[in-house]
Design a protein around this ligand. Structure first.
Ligand code: RBZ
Ligand code: NIO
Length: 352
């Protein structure tokens, strides 16, 4: 399924851009005056292949999994919080629930590898557990290559379910205590950037513990020695199951020409992995916000991404993407519903 998905990716339709730009310039506003909303409209048209794209309803996929490296004291919270937050997602009480409701999103919570049995009665819950958390990657590979591939395929399937359920835009989020450590390790290997430039407080470890987090990641990279040319090897050795699934969700969404609204640090690292598996994915990405986790800027630079918002968020779950989603509906609404100079009887100016 992974090979088929990678092979099925098609470049976006750039020919539509001129038509959309011409239409934008006929709308009752000085040309270009809606700034980045106009380029966003063009991007959405080229992604979907539609001159008047629709992005509603959005789908929010929250992948949850645990990390063996949590045992090293790299997070401010205990590992049990991952499973407890899944229960919170299913009860509707987390930040992503609130923001997903506000944008009319369809939410799914997928257990890819939480290190606990979860009851999973709720209709939004999907049990796709590949294993009970990763191994501590300071000591051994986080998972096998086969497990990493299975986790990527969990994400591909989730994207396809969302699309078959009618979703027109994908927001991919995560929950996994210690996943800023796994993401920083992956990003260091992906970019060659020193770990010191990538690490941050995550859930809020004190300054004094940052050097410990850095040392753990550096030791793990040395010990695991992942192949920098092989994203699946990186995921198997340093990954998280939810990060692998997010990578798969981007691949699955891009293969069906869906706009992919990328959340914060973890989500951008997963998107970068998807782009390394097939560079065509890059054209389907829209960057929602700049997280205050320091590594996020480096991940954005690696992808040439300019985020829509900077609200100093550092949560994950898909929250920043859900908050940016109304900008996408503003862009599509502008295209579809604004009057032209001609229809409104408004005189054009220079350049219209
Ligand atoms: C209550 C709570 C809710 C969260 N929602 C997202 N995260 C975020 O924080 C975690 C990553 O930070 P670190 O690497 O420092 O553990 C991930 O679970 C991420 O989704 C949360 C963290 C907590 C504690
Ligand atoms: O930006 C993120 O995705 C993020 C930052 C800190 C903690 N968890 C997630």
């Amino acid at each position: 399924m992974l090979a088929d998905t990678l092979a099925s990716l098609q470049p976006i339709d750039k020919t539509i851009a001129d038509r959309v730009l011409a239409h934008l310039n006929r709308l009752t506003k000085p040309p270009g005056s809606l700034g980045r909303l106009e380029s966003l409209a063009v991007t959405l048209a080229t992604i979907t292949g539609e001159a008047f794209p629709r992005v509603t309803p959005p789908g929010v996929l929250v992948f949850a999994a645990d990390h063996g490296v949590a045992a090293e004291g790299v997070s401010a919270f205990p590992q049990a919080v991952t499973g407890q937050m899944v229960a919170n997602f299913l009860a509707g009480g987390a930040a992503i629930n609130v923001f997903a409701r506000q944008i009319g999103a369809r939410l799914e919570v997928i257990d890819v590898g939480v290190a606990a049995e979860l009851p999973g009665q709720a209709p939004e819950f999907v049990d796709e557990k590949v294993r009970f958390g990763t191994a501590n990657f300071v000591e051994r590979d986080a998972m096998t290559r086969a497990e990493a591939e299975r986790a990527v395929e969990v994400g591909i399937r989730a994207a396809k379910r969302a699309i078959e359920g009618g979703c027109r835009c994908l927001i991919v989020g995560e929950m996994g205590i210690a996943n800023t450590t796994a993401s920083s390790a992956l990003l260091a290997v992906l970019t060659g950037e020193p770990v010191a430039n990538l690490i941050g407080p995550g859930t809020g470890i004190p300054e004094s513990r940052l050097s410990h987090k850095q040392a753990i990641i550096e030791r793990a990279i040395r010990a695991r020695a992942p192949d920098r040319q092989d994203p699946m090897d990186m995921l198997a050795k340093l990954g998280g199951l939810e990060i692998a699934a997010m990578t798969g969700a981007y691949l699955g969404g891009a293969s069906r020409r869906l706009p992919l609204l990328v959340d914060g640090f973890i989500a951008t690292v997963a998107a970068l992995l998807a782009c390394r598996l097939n560079p065509v994915v890059r054209d389907y990405l829209i960057f929602a916000h700049r997280s205050s986790e320091p590594g996020h800027v480096k991940a954005l630079v690696a992808l040439g991404g300019e985020p829509l918002l900077d609200l100093e968020l550092r949560l994950g779950e898909g929250t920043g993407a859900a908050l940016a989603f109304p900008l996408l509906t503003a862009a599509t609404g502008m295209l579809a519903d604004m009057a032209t100079f001609e229809a409104a009887g408004v005189a054009g100016g220079e350049g219209t």
